[in-house]
Ligand binder design. Structure first.
Ligand code: ATP
Length: 737
């Protein structure tokens, strides 16, 4: 899997140096201080090691060739590891060869590249994790660090073991899932807060829309009521007018006939000058009477109109409304109650804007109600009252005028009859003719009175026509021109006039209710639509979030279970190998990894809440090592000799490597403390490990060297530059010495 290591400007490797790893065991040999460990560190460096300490430096500069008496210092240290990816150990990269390069500059900046393309450290880490090249560096055992796993804390040890078992991937996934879950839960909280925030606004808008709908319903009702009323009223006025006008024409005809006969009397009397004089006086008196009658007829029509208006005004006027016993129609009372209830319901739990709007609505409703039943406010008079007053004044004038005219008529009438009497006396006409003349005069007066009645009635109809026009205008203003699109009625319904008057009253009441309901317009509807859409969006978002939170929770549980299972299995396997390797190295005895005892939450713990909280976040037990050496009582790691420690850690490292073989394993003088017999066993183990992992061993040990198929000799001349030479085993032995 490892193909090549290219080092340039890194530590003592001033010049570009290439190490090929075409065999499963490669040995690096050379004298002390020649730069062998620098090779191991070159690996660490290229794999993204961030700890300067583990590369024996303080600053990045320490990693760059610092120059010597002969060669100048370098400004850049670069290491490239080339992997064979034909077996797709990096499954995401479709290349047969994968190179990971890292360079560091004197200012401390690092650059990473995968196959020559610049990437971030994170990309390198992710790539390596996918190939089980973990970050705790369990696959690179530095010089003197073999027993790091022995000195580590139980918890650290567990991390190393998890890493070696390849469980970091699960751990990463779990952490990512937990982060996502946390974010999801935050989002849930935010969305819920948003929903709570807009809820009262939506309720308010909904009530407004309902109000609008109610107003529309009322407007429709008003439109229908108005249309019926208008159609019938129109027909009534038309038919009454026709009838009255026909009656007028007919009466006028009769009048003409009576007048014609009367003038015959007058003509007959013009035989002498005295007779002429007397008949002229009669004509004069007649003309006078006609003039007054005509005047009265006009007055009657006007008076009819005024009286119609006055009646109407009185019906609505304050005089009636202020009457303490006035009956308020049940309909109006319940309309007011309905409005109050609606507004009160609306205000419950509403925001200030809504409350204000509701109060305004109530004020409007109350004002309309009181104006109708309790009179206007004192500081101004209702138009109707003013109008009624004015009409009353006009009517009084007219009535006075009418009385005057009546008197005048009487006078003119008696004058006429005197004139006639004188005329008749002169003519000496018979009693019969006298009687006829009186009859005619009486008929004329009757017809005239009849005509005056018709005139008054026409006056009333004029008023009704005006009133109808006014109502039509109001209806258009309240419900639109549609109020006027109705079919004309040719015949009046079989009903009393009172029914139509009731129609008018209920139309008036509807008008008030429509005014009170006052539609707030289309913007409320669109705002409501927008708000409900947003609410629906938030609801689905919340659902989605809940779904993904549930998904994440079960993923975490799955990962936990997987982790636990894999860890338990891995631990058992490692323990089996550990015991075996240990027995092999020590010729007996035993060793095993045991889980640290975690105090179970007991009665005491429950009392100590603080302890409880402190322990909770990390409940996974750490790992302890228990050993027992053959023929010795020693149980504690502390009591082992240097060699024994080395053997124990080698056994453990090898055991871990065997359970989950890393692609490569670098061992820097791990065998330093071994005697001859143990060196042989070590060599055997190297060979067996090399079936699964590529091994690079830095060693002074002949036995170890003998197991390698490639040997690199590292030397350092007077120029302080590490040089590489490929050597034969025998040469290697010599170089190593
Ligand atoms: P041993 O067998 O004693 O463990 P080694 O072969 O492992 O020795 P290294 O520790 O790899 O030797 O090499 C250390 C050498 O590298 C030292 O001579 C040191 O001066 C040199 N060296 C370290 N850093 C730099 C640097 N930045 N520039 C030049 N030389 C450096």
């Amino acid at each position: 899997m490892l193909k090549r290591l290219e080092i340039a400007g890194f530590k003592s490797f001033a010049k570009k140096t290439v190490l090929d790893f075409s065999s499963s065991v490669t040995s690096v040999v050379g004298p002390n201080g020649s730069g062998k460990s620098n090779v191991a560190e070159a690996f660490r460096f290229a794999l993204g090691e961030q700890s300067m300490k583990s590369m024996r430096g303080k600053r990045s500069e320490d990693l760059i060739w610092s120059g010597s008496n002969i060669a100048p210092r370098a400004n850049r240290a670069a290491v490239t590891i080339v992997f064979d990816n034909r077996g797709r150990i990096f499954p995401k990269l479709e290349f047969d060869e994968v190179s990971i390069e890292r360079a560091v500059f004197r200012d401390g900046a690092s650059e990473y590249a995968i196959n020559g393309s610049k990437v971030r450290l994170r990309d390198v880490q992710e790539l390596l994790a996918s190939a089980n090249i973990g970050e705790t560096g369990h696959h690179i055992i530095s010089q003197g660090e073999a027993d790091r796993i022995l000195t580590a804390q139980p918890r650290e040890r567990r991390a190393m073991l998890e890493d070696a078992l390849g469980l970091k991937v699960y751990e990463f996934k779990k952490q990512e899932a937990e982060r996502k879950l946390e974010r999801t839960e935050e989002n849930v909280g935010q969305v819920e807060a948003l929903r709570r925030e807009i809820a009262p606004h939506i309720r308010f808008l909904q009530k407004q829309v309902e109000k609008l709908e109610r107003a529309e319903e009322l407007a429709k009702e008003l439109r229908l009521a108005s249309q019926t009323y208008f159609a019938i009223e129109e027909a009534y006025i038309r038919i009454e007018r026709e009838r009255t006008e026909a009656a007028t024409t007919e009466a006028t005809g009769r009048l003409r006939a009576v007048e014609a006969e009367l003038s015959l009397f007058e003509e007959r009397a013009t035989t002498d000058s005295e007779g002429m004089k007397r008949s002229e006086a009669v004509r004069q008196a007649e003309r006078n009477l006609d003039r007054i009658t005509a005047e009265r007829s006009v007055l009657a029509r006007d008076l009819g109109r005024i009286e119609g208006a006055l009646n109407e005004a009185k019906k609505r006027s304050v005089a009636v409304a202020r009457d303490p016993y006035v009956k308020i129609p049940r309909e109006d009372l319940s309309a007011l109650k309905e409005e109050v209830d609606a507004q009160v319901a609306l205000v419950e739990g509403a925001e200030p804007g809504a409350i204000h709007a509701a109060i305004q609505s109530l004020r409007n409703a109350m004002a309309a109600f009181f104006e109708r039943y309790a009179g206007p406010a004192d500081d101004f008079m209702a138009d109707e009252e003013l109008m009624a007053k004015e009409l009353e004044g006009k009517r009084e004038d007219m009535v006075r005028k009418d009385a005057e005219l009546t008197e005048e008529t009487e006078r003119a009438r008696s004058e006429l009859s005197h004139a006639r009497e004188r005329m008749m006396a002169h003519e000496e006409t018979g009693r019969e003719q006298n009687r006829r003349l009186l009859d005619l005069a009486e008929s004329k007066a009757k017809v005239e009175a009849e005509l005056a009645r018709h005139s008054a009635h026409l006056g009333q109809l004029d008023y009704l026509a005006e009133d109808l026009e006014q109502n039509r205008r109001e209806a258009v203003a309240l419900v639109g021109v549609n109020a006027l699109s109705y079919e004309a009625v040719s015949e009046l319904p079989q009903e009393e006039r009172r029914v139509q008057e009731d129609r008018k009253r209920s139309m008036e009441r509807l008008k008030i209710r429509v005014e009170e309901a006052g539609g707030s317009g289309e913007d409320v509807r669109s705002e409501y639509k927008e708000a409900t859409e947003r609410e629906a969006f938030l609801a689905t978002e919340l659902e989605d979030l809940a779904t993904s939170a549930a998904g994440l929770r079960s993923l975490i549980a799955e990962l936990d279970a997987e982790l636990q299972k894999s860890f338990a299995e891995g631990l058992a396997k490692v323990n089996a190998s550990f015991g075996e390797f240990f027995g092999l190295m020590f010729g007996g005895g035993g060793a095993r990894l045991v889980l640290e005892e975690v105090s179970q939450p007991g009665a005491e713990d429950e009392e100590d809440e603080y302890e409880e909280v402190k322990r909770k976040p990390n409940q996974k037990p750490g790992i302890e090592i228990s050993v027992h050496l053959p023929k010795k009582r020693v149980q504690s790691l502390m009591q082992l000799s240097g060699g024994e420690r080395a053997l124990t850690s080698i056994a453990l490292i090898f055991a871990m490597s065997q359970v989950n073989p890393p692609p490569f394993l670098i061992l820097d003088e791990t065998d330093a403390a071994l005697d001859e017999a143990n060196s042989r066993r070590y060599g055997d183990m190297i060979e067996s490990l090399s079936h699964k992992s590529q091994l690079i061993v830095i060693t002074h040990n002949r036995e170890t060297m003998s197991r390698a198929s490639i040997l690199y000799g590292v030397t350092m001349g007077a120029d302080g530059i590490s040089k590489l030479l490929s050597v034969k085993f025998e040469e290697a032995q010599a170089v190593a010495k």
